[in-house]
Write a protein that binds this ligand. Structure first.
Ligand SMILES: [Zn+2]
Ligand SMILES: [Zn+2]
Length: 260
């Protein structure tokens, strides 16, 4: 009786061994360690907001020299992440200083190759990573009358056109650089969090601005659509020290996906 049960146990163990060997063969690391960070905008909203898949986040700021955002912008951004993201194991902002990036004005394809070259933080283990490039250059969509302040272009990728922001602030003493930086950075981060109804899965679709999809119709919300017209941008930021925050409906959308 005893020897039978030992035999059965041994057989079971060898099965487990075979199964576990097979499993480790099948689950070899994905060859492309960048794959998790090469998805469409909005697809990682829930993973960034909730603690279900990733308990930590690293946001990497990449910039050349003086194109670093102001300390005030960084500390406000840290607060913004802490208020909205459920990351019990921590939120890290990593700064990576790079040589001057060539190629301005930048197209999206060029931004992707700049990222490929300079990004060091990728999603792995229990940490999801987001990349923000503070560009020493401008967008290829800019004209004499239009300026682009920032764009979220992949699930964990943002560009903030720091050169454009600095030029606007330098030529208009009534514009506070940290206000325009904070607004741009947090607005673009809002898009990677899925706002507004980016994938048609928000619980409150009624606050979406039908005239400007993916934006909020609440005028003083962070996700309100803002015109790219140069004169409108100057008007919007002139004399403005306070920066817009998320309205309760946008916050509710984030909470529905596991955010705080
Ligand atoms: Zn937007
Ligand atoms: Zn809103």
């Amino acid at each position: 009786m005893k020897s039978t049960s030992i035999k059965i146990t041994l057989i079971l163990c060898s099965f487990l061994l075979i199964i576990s060997c097979k499993k480790s063969d099948d689950s070899e690391p994905i060859a492309d360690y960048k794959a998790e960070n090469r998805k469409s905008l909005g697809l990682s909203a829930e993973e960034i907001l909730s603690s279900n898949t990733y308990s930590k986040i690293t946001v990497e700021f990449v910039y050349f020299g003086l194109y670093r955002p102001t300390d005030l912008t960084i500390s406000r951004f840290r607060d913004f992440l802490g208020e909205r993201l459920n990351k019990p194991e921590g939120i890290t902002i990593r700064e990576t200083s790079v040589p001057e990036v060539q190629g301005s004005p930048f197209t999206t394809a060029e931004l992707i190759s700049v990222e490929d070259e300079n990004r060091t933080a990728y999603t792995s283990g229990d940490t999801i990573a987001v990349y923000v490039f503070f560009a020493n250059g401008v967008s290829s969509n800019d004209t004499n009358n239009r300026v682009t302040l920032g764009t979220a272009y992949l699930n964990t990728s943002i560009v903030v056109y720091e050169k454009t922001l600095q030029a606007l602030a330098a030529s208009n003493p009534s514009i506070e650089l940290s206000t325009i930086e904070t607004t741009t950075l947090q607005h673009e981060f809002g898009h990677i969090l899925g706002l507004v109804n980016l994938l048609d899965d928000d619980i409150h679709s009624e606050h979406m601005d039908t005239g400007h999809p993916k934006h909020c119709k609440v005028e003083d919300c962070l996700m309100y659509f803002e015109s790219n017209s140069r004169s409108k941008v100057l008007e919007r930021f002139s004399g403005r020290v306070a920066f817009p925050e998320l309205d309760p409906l946008c916050i509710a959308d984030l909470q529905a996906k596991g955010g705080l």
